[in-house]
Ligand binder design. Sequence first.
Ligand SMILES: [Zn+2]
Length: 350
Amino acid sequence: MSVSVRMVVRTGIVRDERYLEHKPGHMHPEHPNRLKAVYRMLDSSFPFGLMEIKPEPATLEQIELVHSPSYIKKVLKTADHGFTSLAPDTPASARTYLSAWLAVGGCLKALDALISGQCEACLSLVRPPGHHALQDRAGGFCIFNNIGITARYAINRYELQRILIIDWDIHHGNGLNDFFYEQKDVLYLSSHDTMLYPYTGDWEESGKGEGEGYTINIPIPRALKDRDFFHLYHEIVGAVTRAYNPQLVLVAAGFDAHYEDPVGRSKLSGQAFKWLAHLLLDLRADINHPPILLILEGGYNPRALASCVKEVLDAFKSDGTWERPSLEDVEQGDELVRKVRRIHGKHGVW
Ligand SMILES: [Zn+2]
């Protein structure tokens, strides 16, 4: 039982119409309609009470925190061309570079707002997404690694020493995994389906050198249900959070594990994300209230995506009372919990 006392958290939101200007094509899943649906939901369900953060483009120096100058130049070269390609699955339109620059800039501005105390939690509702972007390569619809840059920025600018990244997108965030694999100031925890792109993130990939044990990869089965998913997060993220005591929590908030998602092929519903949001806020209250920044990743059914974001925001705007799911009959979740503990027990990190 949690004894934490929660209050309504002051919540910020990053949104901007210029995120719609990245147009990868009518048939592409990462379509501007995703964000249009989310923004429409915000206007109808949350007309008041969210602090709006206006993004500015990131600086070159900030993007170079994770990306190589030659790759950044490659992205810039797509400017003003009708339709080019950064990777086979990641096309660019004339103003894609601007959306990508602003996606990073919006996340950094959200972090500034969190650290300065203007808000306690923030949702960065940006595109293109980022967790697959590598140092010198786009892929998986991602161009710049929004979260990777934000974590490095938090270390450099604010001298943070313990950043927890939780990646609940159904795809493995290979970019994040790689950037922080040998560091212990960033603990990366991801649950994902390894049968999907980019087919990485196996159990035994758990960090190296100083970072050994600070990468936690949890492959999950496609049929995993809401309560098993919640049980997994409750047990593992609960233990990790209490042991690691993060000064900042970043969430790679993808919603493509939803059962209506055309890409994720999984079985979760919106309530799983509501429970996760409540769980994070309860854990936050237990460990001295670190700021929480959720950054949008996947989610390719616009209607399902908007409703999942609403579930999360409802949790953030609530007074902290919520009905926890029953944890009877969660064998699949239990099996996962046991396996994570068995593999990570030897590292002694949590
Ligand atoms: Zn995804």
